[in-house]
Design a protein around this ligand. Sequence first.
Ligand code: AMP
Length: 138
Amino acid sequence: MTYDANNIFAKILRGEIPSHKLYEDEYTLAFMDVMPQVDGHCLVIPKVGSRNLLDAELSTLTPLMATVQKVARAAKAAFKADGVQVRQYNELAAGQTVFHLHFHILPLNEGQTLRPHSGKMADHGVLASHAEKIKKAL
Ligand code: AMP
């Protein structure tokens, strides 16, 4: 399986489509998921084009995991969550729908259930306000 640079996250990286950005450094970008499974659901991606975890170089994963930890801490704090789930899917059979490596960050409270994966598009005003909360906690 090869990497296709026409995927939606590659377009976000190139600035061809908009996103609610949370954090960016030389190697990584974090932004809000547009179909959040919980309030504060966000994504962390590498700038390098890997299809998923299976083809990624270690040099991609090291800075990526640092950003995953940073954003997970901030999302948990911003939403006063009891915990935070980190999810990552590899290939269609495993639930992957966008073929640019990404980690889902899901702040969760005790007993809280997730909305469907790739479900309902959120209101952009709501996403912007959730992004502000996480940015403040970063
Ligand atoms: P998956 O590949 O199954 O791990 O999930 C891809 C995720 O990307 C889903 O949670 C979608 O809601 C999310 N998504 C799809 N398009 C966009 C977009 N343009 N901006 C932000 N998130 C997106």
